[in-house]
Design a protein around this ligand. Sequence first.
Ligand SMILES: [Mn+2]
Length: 429
Amino acid sequence: MTEHIIDPSIIEAENASRAADLNVDYDTLGERLDRRGIAIDAIKSKVAAFSVAVPSWGVGTGGTRFARFPGKGEPRDIFDKIEDCAVIAQLTQATRTVSLHIPWDKADPNRLKQAASRFNLGFDAMNSNTFADAKGQLQSYKFGSLSAADAATRNQAIEHNLECIEIGKTIGSKALTVWIGDGSNFPGQVNFTSQFEHYLDSMKSIYAALPEDWRIFTEHKMYEPAFYSTVVQDWGTNYLISKELGDKAFCLVDLGHHAPNVNIEMIVARLAQFGKLGGFHFNDSKYGDDDLDAGSIDPFRLFLVFNELVDAESRDADFAPAHMLDQSHNVTDPIESLMLSAADVQRAYAQALLVDRQALKAAQEANDALAATQELRRAFRTDVEPILSMARLEQGGAIDPLATYRAAGYRAKVAEIRPEIEAGSSGIV
Ligand SMILES: [Mn+2]
C-alpha cells in the first residue's frame, strides 16, 4: 500500500474544482488532433507512462558561487529528501524514481530502500562525487580525482565509485553516473594525454565492477570547476570514453553543459544513431551551466531534443534513455520548480509525439524546407496541457500540481518540524 504525504482528499477537492474545464479542454483538443489523424488517448497513454527521475540534491535549495539562501522547511537528510520527492511524484505522477548522490545521501541502504518503497518510489542512477573532498578522506581531489597524477588519489576515487555501485545494488539502482571536475586552470598545468590516460584507466577499473545488468553513464561538461581545460569536455570525448569502455557505457547529456547556441539536438541524434546515448540531465540555460528549470528559457530547444528522441524511438522500440532533472533552485521552492520542470519535460515529449513523421520525411525528401519546419512548429505550438493534466488526474495526481501543493500547505507544515539548516554544499553538477 503506497503511503501518501499529501492528503488525497485535498487533491480530490482541488481536482473537483478543475475537472469540468479540463474535460471540455481535453475533448476540444481531442477533436483538433483527430483532424490531424492523431488519437489523443494514445498520446495520453505515452505521456502517462513517461517518468523523469528527481535528483535528491534538487529538493534542497541551491546556491551560487557567491551565496546560498536556505529556504524554510528544507530537508535535513536523505529521508526528508525522499519525502519531498514523494510529494512531487504524488502530485505530478511523472517522477517515479529518485537519483542519489554519494556521499551526500549516504545511509543504511536497507533503510533507503524501505523509505522509498513506502511511497512506491524506485532509485534511478547512482551519482558518485569526486569533485569535492568528503570529510576525513585521505587524499584530496584538489588536483583531480580519476585523472589525478597521484595514483593513491586515483585509487581512492575508484574505490568511491565501487562503493556507489555496492550501495546501488542493494537499493535496486541499475546505473552509475560519473561526472568529474578534473581539468586544469593554466596552460601547461597538465599533460592532456596522460591525464586522459589516467582517467580511462580509472574508468576501466570501475567498469569492470559493473554488474551485468548495469549501465555506466559519463557526463561531459565544457568547463567549471576547471576553467582552462576539462578532462571530459565535450560529447566527442564522451563518445570516445563510451567506446573505450564497452557495451555498458553510454554518454549522458546535461543540457547546460554546452557552449551557448550549440546544437544539442544534433548531438542527441548522433549519440542515438550510434547507440551511445545513455540519458539526460534536464535543465535550462542562458549562458552556461545555469541549472535553471527545464523549459524555462528555451522550451523550443527542449522540444527539438525530444523530437530526436521520438524519432529514435520510432526506429528502435528498445530505445530507452534515462531521464533525470538536474537543476539548482536558488529563488524558488525546489518542490514547485521540480514539479513544473517534470511537466515541462513531459510537455516536450507530448509535443514531439504530435509530429507527423511521414509528412516530415516527405517534406525532407522533397527538399521542402518550409513544409518540414512547419511540421515541427505545428507540433510545438500545440497546447498539450489538457493531455498532461488528464494523465495526472487519471493516475491520482493533481490537475494543477502547483496550486494543489500550495493549497496543501506542505512547506509550512514541514517547516515546523524541520529546523533551519546552515548554508552548505549546494551541489550543482
Ligand atoms: Mn548534470
